[in-house]
Every structure is written in C-alpha cells, then in structure tokens.
Design a protein around this ligand. Sequence first.
Ligand code: NAP
Length: 299
Amino acid sequence: MSNLPERIADVEDADCTGMQALVTGSTSGIGRHAALALGRLGADVIVHGRDRQAGEAVVDELTALGVEGRFVEADFADTDSVWELAATVRAETESLDILANNAGGFFRNNRLTGLGVEYTFHVNHLSPYLLTAELLDHLAADARVITTASAAHKGASLDLDRVSEADSGMGAYSHSKLANILFSTELARRLDAAGEDVTANSFHPGAIPGSGFSRFLPGPLPDLFAKLDAVPGVTSVEDGAAALVNLAVSPRLDGTSGRYFSGQDVTTPSSAARNRDGAKRLWERSAEWLDVEEPLSGY
Ligand SMILES: NC(=O)c1ccc[n+]([C@@H]2O[C@H](COP(=O)([O-])OP(=O)(O)OC[C@H]3O[C@@H](n4cnc5c(N)ncnc54)[C@H](OP(=O)(O)O)[C@@H]3O)[C@@H](O)[C@H]2O)c1
C-alpha cells in the first residue's frame, strides 16, 4: 500500500523496535493512523482517547502487528483524568521515546471546565501541557515530543483573559492551536537551556475532512466535509499521520527542535506564534491555572 504514513514520510526503514510511544487522541483520525504506523515500525504504543471501544480496536490492530498496544482512557477536560493517564504511563513503561500530543479538536462545548477555563483551551492546550509536565522526567534522553497544532492558529492573537469566558467558536479553536505552537517552542527552548537532548516540535497536518475532526461543526458541515474526503488534492488522514510519524522517527530530524512544520516541511508560523514573551506568559499562566509547579522553571 503506497498510502501508509511511514511510506509517505519516507521512514519505512526506521526500526522502532523496543521504543515506547504515547499517542494521545489515537482512537480515530490522525492519531489512530500514526499509532498504527509506529506499531508497524516496531514501537509499542499506548493508545489514548475517551472511546474505549475504538481504543481497544486500535490495540487489537497493534497486537496483530506483533507489538504491544494498550488503551488508556482519559478525558482531557478533566484534570484528574490526565494525572491518572500520566501515572499509568509512568507505571507501565520504563520511559517514553515518543510523546505525541495529538488529542484535541474543534468543539461546540460552550462552557468552562472545572478549572474555570474555556473548554477548548483546556482540552487542546492545558491537558497536553499538564501531561507533558508530568512525563518530563519519564522521557528517554533523546525522546521526541510532538504537538499537533494547526494553520488555524493564524487567525489568533494570544489573549489569556479570553480563557475565562465560555466560547464555542472557531476563535476558541484558533486560540488553542496558537497555544499549541507557543507551548511547543517554549518547551523546546527550556529543554535546550536545561541541556536536555529531548526535542519538541509542532505541526499542521493539513485540512483533513476524512478524520473525525468535523464531527462538531455546525449544521450540514460534517456531511459536506465527509464528501470532501473523496475530492482529489484534499489532505488524506494518512498524509496528516505521515507528518506526525516524520517528526516522531525521521533520522533527518535528529536534534531538530523548536520548529513548526506544515505537513513534512518546516515553515514559519504567525508572528503571534513566534512571540517569545507570549510563550513565556502562556507557560507560566498554564502552571497557575493547573495549580502545579512550573515545569522547567528557571529557564
Ligand atoms: N482534521 C483536520 O483538518 C485538522 C487540521 C488541523 C489540526 N488538526 C488537529 O489534529 C488533531 C487530531 O484530530 P483529527 O483530525 O484526527 O480528529 P479526530 O479524528 O476527531 O481525532 C481526535 C482525537 O482526539 C481525542 N479527543 C477529543 N477530545 C478529547 C477529550 N476531551 N479527551 C480526550 N481525548 C479527546 C479523540 O478521542 P475520543 O473521541 O476517543 O475521545 C480522538 O482520538 C487535533 O488536535 C486537531 O485539532 C486536525
């Protein structure tokens, strides 16, 4: 099959035997295809999401490939759930080689979470921040942290006050995806300053109507999106997953950190996404919202 993500990413010769990967949001879409690609390359994969049935189905596929798969359920709108996910990963792996912060989406939940934070921001940014913070000292020396962002970040400027107001629009989504890029580059900067070899990069997977992403769009849009999947030239789920797999395993990217990719190409994100002061403020406020010690503080 020519549309396997690892083939698209030209990493099908990579040997990931013995590597441990956590791919959040791998019950469907980009994450599911990336998890299976990593499994075909030999990695053991922790599959995550809320849908247990879908997660167990991915685990069955991983088992059939001859690698270890395990499903861990966690709701990213619930902080305790993320703590438990981190604790399970720590208990069941020696260390993590690949942490793919991929779970997320466009939601119509016009509400605040238990932290008093806007839902999309909590799910798409605060939970991956917390998960990464909790797993930092569980990462292998040369681990890679990958965050699935979006070109939709270009519509946003950082406004930390908006996070305390319920919102269900595209603005909330764009803002959360801007946060993904700022988080990833700040993580990369602090890791480097701390002398760590762990790398962190974020990426836009493409506009992918074939994933589950469109399920919460209003009116007839989900059906329209599903039809778009058949139109030539539209980004396939496999292409989106290939971008993730490339960042996770490509030897060409050894040592590459703090970059933003569109598909498999390094590109420049918006000026708001390159704002160093914004990244620092977001990092510090995120720890405050979550009531945790600032990770990699002092850098
Ligand atoms: N598709 C696109 O056009 C596109 C474009 C740019 C960026 N992205 C990004 O790509 C990533 C993956 O999305 P996708 O397109 O593959 O869509 P998808 O098929 O809907 O996958 C989303 C994944 O995130 C998980 N998830 C959603 N809400 C969650 C929550 N509250 N707690 C825990 N897990 C949750 C879902 O698992 P459960 O349903 O099992 O909870 C699912 O596995 C997202 O970060 C999205 O923003 C997508």
